[in-house]
Design a protein around this ligand. Structure first.
Ligand code: NAP
Length: 291
């Protein structure tokens, strides 16, 4: 069994990007600039945005954080997005989700210029992804694709079962794995909460991507010997074994599933660290696109 080390790969990517940014600066090319919009004071969102800004500094990007009160109107927020769309110094930007209930998230997603949509959420980027055209890929599936690539994991002709069909993880993951490229060329089964015979399907899978958000859902009896298992889930549960009083759980019952796998991602330290690196790579690409 090989443990896929997302932390190590994310660090490698960080160093590669930092090197390219330094070369760009030396050649007088533009320094990539990522902006983030944060609405309100949600603790988790603050942490995620803080980590994104920190990563920007570490690779030599410029970054800017635009904070707004949770009572900002939808119209005002759309105006702020338009300003970023028109600001030539900003290569890419994200609007941290979730947004307050009075703001229509889809409207916000569609207001972002697709050329600056480094989260890859705009329907234009989703459509391009479906057509296998160059586009900004959503961070989590893109991170998984990079892990498969860096570990040289064979995907062609393999049967992959994706558990979950969300717009940000399950669905784009399924599309990417089915595309005619590497990693890709899988036969993909998309499953969700209405799927009736899940265990029957996962037992046939050469690869399982678990992205349903239910702690330790995938158990050893659901996994074929030698399968590749990618655990996307992050569930924070109370624990008396940690200092913080909480512990992170993946969607996979790691201890019993790992011995059956050819490759497996741990939680934490697997898919998670890759997500920000995908955003960083997309921002670098957005900047390169303007060279
Ligand atoms: P989501 O929007 O809640 O989607 C969950 C999906 O799982 C839905 O499609 C749902 O089906 C399906 N599902 C729920 N129960 C199921 C069951 N018993 N059997 C089969 N399918 C089931 O969640 P998400 O945003 O995709 O995130 C999934 C997990 O990944 C969460 O734990 C989240 O925290 C984590 N995550 C991690 C990262 C990272 O960087 N590592 C990034 C993003 C998300 P329906 O469509 O029928 O409801």
């Amino acid at each position: 069994m090989v443990l896929i080390d997302g932390k190590k790969i994310a660090q490698e990517i960080k160093e590669e990007v930092a090197k390219e940014v330094a070369q760009r600066k030396a050649r007088g090319l533009k320094t990539p600039h990522l902006s983030a919009i944060l609405v309100g004071n949600d603790g988790a969102s603050e942490t995620y945005v803080g980590a994104k800004v920190k990563s920007c500094h570490e690779v030599g990007f410029e970054s800017s954080l635009l904070r707004f009160d949770s009572n900002i109107s939808e119209e005002e927020l759309l105006n702020e997005i338009e300003k970023l769309n028109n600001d030539p110094s900003v290569d890419g930007f994200i609007v941290q989700l979730p947004l307050p209930k009075h703001i229509n998230e889809q409207k916000v997603i569609e207001a972002v210029n697709p050329a600056k949509d480094v989260d890859g959420f705009h329907p234009v980027n989703a459509g391009k992804m479906l057509l296998n055209l160059p586009s900004f890929l959503p961070a989590t599936p893109y991170g998984i694709i990079q892990l498969l690539e860096r570990y040289n994991i064979e995907t062609s002709g393999k049967h992959c079962v994706v558990i979950g069909r969300s717009n940000i993880v399950g669905m784009p993951m399924s599309v990417l794995l089915a595309r005619n490229s590497y990693p890709g060329n899988c036969t993909v089964t998309i499953t969700h909460s209405r799927t009736k015979n899940l265990k029957e399907l996962t037992l046939q899978a050469d690869m399982i991507v678990a992205a349903l958000g239910k702690a330790e859902f995938l158990t050893a009896d659901m996994v074929k010997q030698g399968a590749v298992v990618i655990d996307v889930g992050i569930t924070r549960l109370p624990s008396d074994k940690t200092k913080s009083g909480f512990k992170l759980f993946g969607d996979v019952k790691f201890d019993e599933v790992a011995p059956k796998c050819s490759y497996i991602t741990p939680v934490p330290g697997g898919v998670g660290p890759m997500t920000i690196m995908s955003l960083i790579k997309n921002t670098l690409q957005a900047c390169r696109n303007k060279d």
